[in-house]
Ligand binder design. Sequence first.
Ligand SMILES: [Zn+2]
Length: 371
Amino acid sequence: MQFPLFKTKIKEKGDETRVSSSRFTSLRSARVFDLNNPREREKYFNFKAGREIKKLRDYFRGGNTFVAYLLGKKNSGKGTYSKMFSEIIDPERIDHFSIGDMIREVDKELKDKKRKKELVEFLEKNYRGWSSVKELISLLEKRSTKTLLPTELILALVKREIGKRKKKTIFIDGFPRDLDQINFALFFRDLIGYRDDPDFFVLINVPESIIDERIKYRVVCPVCQTSRNLKLLPTSKVGYDAKKKEFYLLCDNPKCREIKMVRKEGDGAGIKPIKERLKKDEKLINQALSLYGIPKVLLRNSVPKKLASSFVDDYEITPEYYYQWDEGKKKIVVKERPWVVSDDRGRPSYSLLPPPVVVSLIKQITDVLDL
Ligand SMILES: [Zn+2]
């Protein structure tokens, strides 16, 4: 299935009158926002979705909640979108947790006697499945990264997390990946409606070429571990290796004294090592799409180049940074242009910055909740 394009471009006052009256030309100066700047970003959200933001804030202040199940491929930005949503709407009342973090937390619990006992008691009361609790605990303690945990165990643990956040809205990120269609339906049948508030899927569509380049150009500071991207998210300081004819980023955290940021081993291969994983993720998204009885919010991160001008504003498009060495001035020149990628159907496309995707999220959630 195709994810529909979402229009974030707003017609400015005066657009209609542009031809008939020149008095309005001043009104037409389209507003431009710098989406990297937090203050500007706030103004942007109010400009593009002010009404919906207010409705959602009122909804939460009235004590209402929801549960959203986030599904998207690895590195598709799930965390970024839901965290930005929470920041804008109501950070106090909106929570986010990932299944991966949840399992890592369980590992810590098992190392603490008292917490381990509590976990065992919880499972004895709440787990329904094919292994005994004893077997589960031993599976958890001895498992390697390759071990698959039983779906029923993950289900019980997810319910526990939901229970911990009774009065909060929750975004749940990530699901068991090895589910066939029947188990997938059963898993969600058990989870959907577990709490009395509305719940829905948030499905994210990102072309694999975008994920590929995000990985390939990713660099990290060896001291503070800050992650950046040579092509998509540079620091304020760039270096040049004249021998190798290579540009690199310098960490701009003052504590790190301009140390050179480095690529992690294996990142140069892009999505190659995670191809299988991406395939599984895609299967899961398609299963979610075909599941009836639950509303779906469909987010897409790209827009075909040909259609871009009628759907988005220029400043909503992800720029690509590139560098040139000025031999005369002995200086690096940083340049910027719209980043063009092939979508999964091979069409030249632009990638969207997170804020316009979040505008689409805000508006679609408002619709799903019927606000
Ligand atoms: Zn650093």
